[in-house]
Write a protein that binds this ligand. Structure first.
Ligand code: CA
Length: 728
């Protein structure tokens, strides 16, 4: 019953697709106080960040991105007394992935649709809010929700990327726009969801779009003026043309056949970066191939550099220094864009300067960050695509059948990754890395009828084959394989030290503190603190929504706080269907700040029941089957596998009578474009769906609604029969 209620809440939430109205209605009443003036964050301050433990000045707190707070006022001994200090309800209902930054008592955080907010970090008073006015129609070009992972601070300004590819600089005191740069071609489906990093006065920013079809690159812009300083492409362009860099000249030989450059090739730098000031190396994580299917992208095989690689570049010029490829010839969406941590570890009696990453492919890597030399790599989750890493060459050995040439292949990890963008953290006190790990099986099947759709999903596999089987018994077996857990990993011994089962995938990023605590939220809507040494749960609070974002800690006037943005969304909650429903979450977008003895409370969660009310199904089985295929191709990525909504955008099985009436006007004509639902008659100038296609999809959705109605009725009957038996 719990699940039914949650589904119903999701349907009834106002503004189901989530373009925000003006914020503030639910804001707490703040105390008024005089804030310290905005001070300039710069290179020297970020390098010496441990001298300012009260602040969290850059994305991973420090350039080494350890996400370790030296604050210890909140610790193992007293964390049980943690309470909500203040909260803020954002005016959106889409995924929240940002890391808040805090300096001099001011907090800067991004929300859905690239909105930027500034708060008094002590009272929660909203200081300003900047809406960059992203066209809602751009949402169709996003693989994984209209999210943003945070801002960068520099010399009194706040920098953020926008979903439509702009880099903006705002005045930190007022939120006023200082400059704006379009960093991507506007006729291609690029997007920015990642946080910029700033090194030596250069704003480093990448982008996303490999699922749609783009060519990856990372760029640097002058923080003062917005002028572009350099751009590094991660995959070769047209091999008939001269390459943009010597590194790409080398990369050309690792691509074979096909015409990847016409639709991009992928390799987007959509999230992770780190910087070592002593070595003067900027590290960027590179994403998957586009399309996913290597038989289409590079049919002659090859490693396809620099897909799924960590790249070390000179920050002032973008010059290539070294690379390490995690997945040779990627065919599974195995990005190496997952969070990277720099640390000095004693390995074999020697202090090594390492870079660590747990990318989607399931290996935990420890590399020498000066040279890129492979030190070690072991599986932190189940893998079927590889037999392990050749320790002599550092190269992963691929199981050929996992490449799904002739036959579909069930593969672990899935494109959701054994670990996705949700940041891990490192505690220098325990020497452990804390990782949100997940296991989700996925069936890859070659799409022989593949054709490129400008601006839409172009992955070259039959997504329908990856759907949860409709047979409830088989589906239940698959769902049993799905796991989510918090893992403490020893990077020197390359082994798991402890784990906490979280019972659903897509959980929150982690924070380690000098109080020997690990903080993390869960898909099921808890925010919790664990003993960093052994994983004992020491404190938790319900937050009424899935938490995917990573927490931070800061202090104002000597008092320590822990902050996290909550709000279920992102790749799995949109596309996952029943897998996403394991969490039972809906989106409530909010900022939560905790302190010892905090006395704030959340408003009661509104729950309403609703039943599916589909019109009579008038189509035959063949039409429904055709609709299922079209649904998988065009609708599933946002509305969920099997038309089962994951708690973010509307669950189509629960459409109102009016929505059923308006179905074609919405799906073809774009009647709800202001909420991010574009018309699919034509996208980026290319014809996509006609009325017949829309009617087939509608028939499939009606059939799914009928199935849900039947299931609910029999569940209610079984419950009634159970209660008639009386108390046991
Ligand atoms: Ca991807």
């Amino acid at each position: 019953m719990h699940r039914v209620l949650l589904l119903a809440v999701m349907v009834l939430l106002p503004g189901g697709c989530g373009v925000p109205a003006e914020p503030g209605a639910a804001a707490p009443a703040p105390e008024s106080r005089t804030l310290a003036p905005v001070a300039a964050v710069d290179d020297a301050r970020i390098r010496a960040t441990d001298a300012e433990p009260q602040n969290w000045m850059s994305h991973g707190r420090s350039y080494d991105e350890q996400r370790f707070s030296p604050l210890d006022a909140i610790n193992r001994g007293n964390v049980a007394g943690l309470g909500l200090d203040w909260h803020f309800d954002f005016p959106t209902d889409r995924g929240m992935e940002a890391t808040p930054l805090v300096v001099e008592g001011r907090m800067y955080v991004t929300g859905a649709w690239s909105h930027v907010y500034a708060f008094d970090a002590k009272t929660g008073a909203l200081l300003w809010h900047h809406d960059p006015k992203v066209p809602p129609e751009w949402a169709v070009h996003l693989c994984c929700d209209v999210v943003n992972r945070g801002v960068a601070l520099w010399q009194g300004r706040v920098y953020a990327g926008t979903l439509d590819g702009r880099l903006i600089a705002l005045d930190a005191a007022t939120g006023a726009l200082v400059w704006s740069q379009q960093t991507t071609p506007t006729d291609k489906p690029y997007s920015i969801t990642g946080a910029p990093r700033i090194v030596k006065g250069l704003v480093i920013i990448g982008n996303g779009g490999s699922e749609m079809g783009v060519r990856g690159y990372v760029s640097a812009y002058d923080a003062a003026t917005g002028g572009m300083k350099w751009r590094f492409f991660t995959v070769p362009g047209d091999p008939a043309q001269p390459a943009e860099s010597p590194a790409l000249e080398t990369a050309k030989a690792t691509w074979s056949g096909g015409e990847w450059w016409k639709t991009g090739g992928g390799g987007t730098v959509w999230d992770s970066m780190a910087y070592d000031p002593a070595l003067d190396l900027l590290y960027v994580g590179v994403g998957n191939g586009s399309p996913w299917n290597q038989q289409i992208r590079s049919p002659g095989g090859g490693d396809n550099l620099y897909l799924s690689s960590i790249l070390a570049l000179r920050p002032e010029t973008g010059e290539y220094v070294w690379h390490y490829q995690t997945t040779p010839g990627d065919a599974w969406d195995y990005t190496a864009t997952q969070h990277m941590i720099l640390a000095d570890l004693v390995i074999g009696g020697q202090t090594r300067k390492v870079i660590m990453q747990a990318p989607k492919n399931g290996f935990f890597y420890v590399l020498d960050r000066a040279t890129g030399e492979f030190i070690s790599g072991e599986a932190y989750a189940q893998q079927t695509w590889t037999t392990g890493i050749d320790k002599a060459t550092g190269k992963a050995q691929v199981v050929e059948t996992a490449r799904y040439h002739d036959k579909e292949a069930l593969v672990l990890p899935s494109p959701y990754g054994a670990h996705n963008w949700q940041p891990m953290s490192f505690s220098p006190r325990t020497g452990l890395v804390y990782i949100p790990v997940q296991e989700i099986p996925f069936v890859f099947k070659h799409d022989p009828a593949y054709r490129h759709h400008q601006g839409l999903w172009n992955v070259g596999v039959q997504i329908e084959a990856a759907g949860l089987p409709e047979d409830p018994a088989v589906a239940a077996q698959v769902l049993k394989m799905v796991q989510g857990r918090l893992v403490a990993w020893d990077p020197v011994a390359q082994k798991e030290v402890w784990r906490v089962e979280l019972h659903a995938p897509f959980n929150g990023g982690t924070l380690s503190t000098a109080g020997d605590l690990v903080f993390a939220g869960s898909a099921r809507g808890e925010f919790a603190a664990y003993d960093a040494a052994n994983g004992t749960a020491l404190w938790s609070a319900p937050v009424q929504t899935g938490v995917i974002a990573p927490p931070i800690s800061y202090a104002v006037d000597g008092k320590q706080y822990v902050a996290v943005v909550a709000g279920w969304g992102g790749a799995l909650p949109l596309a996952g269907g029943e897998v996403a429903r394991l969490a039972g979450s809906v989106n409530r977008s909010r900022l939560l700040v905790y302190s010892l003895g905090g006395k704030d409370t959340l408003p009661a969660a509104v729950q309403t029941t609703r039943q599916p009310e589909p019109p009579a199904l008038q189509a035959d089985a063949a039409t429904v089957a055709a609709g299922k295929t079209l649904y998988a191709q065009y609708c599933m990525a946002c509305h969920g596998d099997g038309a089962v909504g994951g708690g973010v955008v509307p669950d189509l099985r629960y459409m109102s009578a009016q929505t059923h009436t308006e179905f074609e006007a919405i799906v073809l004509g774009g009647l709800r474009h202001e909420r991010g639902m574009v018309g699919f008659a034509s996208v980026m100038g290319q014809t996509v769906l006609d009325a017949e296609g829309a009617r087939k999809i509608h028939a499939y959705v009606i059939q799914r609604a009928e199935a849900e109605k039947t299931r609910l009725a029999s569940a209610a009957q079984a419950a009634a029969a159970g209660s008639a038996e009386g108390p046991r």
